[in-house]
Design a protein around this ligand. Structure first.
Ligand code: DC
Length: 216
């Protein structure tokens, strides 16, 4: 089914710069910004708070099914509440970084969150970033980008953010899981951001969108 509104998909591995690019792009276009990784992180935080082992797929599925997940908007950005709790301040905790690839590989978690992601496009033009947005969540959109950067640059970016994040291990897990792994969608435009500023990557994307006829 084709989405009701325009969707720009920005996928890529951890610390590739896609969040900064997607946020800036959404702001420039006046589109809603949705960080799908934050949704998986929120669920991960919730299951860890409930003492669930991130390798126990069945219990994770059960815990997520019984949670009340509310997706809302604030300043033109998506926000997720779980059982009325806002986990925003915990999304980058070490234990969330460590568990998120395992929790997000549980098919039921993906099913529930993908339905929420798609529902954003019923009412809004949006820029959504993630791992499988162009390949799985919105395969019909004509606007797909894959942002990459060299492993050295990505490690440096995370270190500069003061975070402990095993990005190589997460990339391996995200790319090899069975349920909609990280892949470059066939029709995605690939940009290596290693040597470019956010502004120039956003500029390249906007140029490309215009070439494709997106009225912006
Ligand atoms: O973008 P991020 O690093 O905040 O994402 C955190 C994790 O969430 C990532 O390691 C895998 C998962 N994820 C996913 O499986 N699918 C998405 N569309 C986005 C994120």
């Amino acid at each position: 089914m084709k989405e009701a509104h325009r969707v720009i998909a920005i996928d890529g591995p951890a610390a590739s710069g896609k969040s900064s690019v997607a946020r800036e792009l959404a702001q420039r276009l006046g589109f809603l910004y949705v960080n799908s990784g934050a949704m998986y992180r929120a669920i991960t935080w919730h299951v860890l708070q409930h003492g669930v082992d991130p390798d126990d797929g069945a219990r994770i599925a059960q815990t997520v099914e019984s949670a009340r997940i509310t997706c809302c908007l604030e300043n033109n950005q998506s926000r997720i509440l779980i059982d009325d709790v806002d986990p925003t301040d915990h999304l980058r905790d070490d234990r969330v970084n460590e568990g998120v690839s395992r929790v997000s590989s549980v098919p039921r978690v993906r099913e529930i969150l993908v339905a929420k992601m798609r529902s954003y496009a019923r009412h809004h033009d949006l820029v959504m970033e993630g791992r499988d947005i162009g390949s799985f969540v919105f395969p019909d959109t004509a606007y797909k980008f894959y942002i990459d950067a060299s492993p050295e640059v990505r490690l440096h970016r995370r270190a500069a953010q003061g975070q402990r994040d095993e990005i190589a291990a997460r990339d391996r897990a995200d790319s090899s899981r069975r349920a909609s792994p990280l892949v470059i969608a066939e029709d995605a435009h690939v940009i290596d951001s290693s040597n470019f500023t956010i502004e120039s990557v956003v500029g390249e994307i906007i140029g490309r969108l215009k070439m494709k006829g997106l009225a912006i």
